[in-house]
Design a protein around this ligand. Structure first.
Ligand code: SME
Length: 165
């Protein structure tokens, strides 16, 4: 159970649902990718516990380039197929890494990171926008509910920034 701002506790799934609603309201009617990405990163980072980094890597046609985020300064460019982010981008499948120290090729931007989830962001036309990456200082922070919750949040984000969706 997580404590939320109002002081009562909600199960993880209910908390993701509430967060998705907040994100939907926050992004509604604003088409700017950078503005929405910045506010989305801030909303998620400050609403859920035990994160040390949450943000975007955007695909520039060649590689992933760091975008709006919350947390310490991060690696700027990541090739497709490299690290957890590059793997999510290349496979287009969410990566849930229980212990980053056992992930071959993990890119350590912040030594505090112990577990990580990365969701690929794919536009309606099939092209890659980038990835959504969240790191935690705790091993095993992300489970199947986080996968479903983060994917649902990313769907809300994509609906706002990709007019074709
Ligand atoms: N750990 C990531 C790199 C990005 S930072 O975590 C912000 C990776 O292996 O792709």
């Amino acid at each position: 159970m997580f404590e939320i701002k109002s002081g009562h506790t909600l199960g993880k799934r209910a908390q993701y649902e509430e967060l998705a609603q907040q994100a939907r309201g926050m992004l509604a009617g604003e088409p700017s990718l950078i503005a929405n990405a910045a506010n989305f990163a801030a909303l998620v980072f400050h609403s859920l516990p035990d994160f040390n980094w949450a943000g975007f890597y955007l695909y520039d046609g060649t590689e992933l380039v760091v975008g709006p985020f919350q947390g310490k300064p991060a690696c700027i460019r990541i090739a497709l197929g490299r690290g957890v982010c590059g793997t999510a981008a290349q496979t287009r499948q969410t990566q849930v890494v229980r212990d980053v120290n056992s992930f071959d090729g993990h890119i350590a931007c912040d030594a505090a990171s112990q577990s990580e989830i990365v969701v690929p962001l794919v536009k309606a036309d099939g092209s890659l926008l980038g990835v959504w990456d969240v790191d935690s200082p705790s091993v095993g922070r992300f489970d199947e509910e986080d996968r479903a919750g983060m994917e649902a949040l990313c769907a809300v984000f994509m609906q706002a920034v990709d007019p074709q969706r």
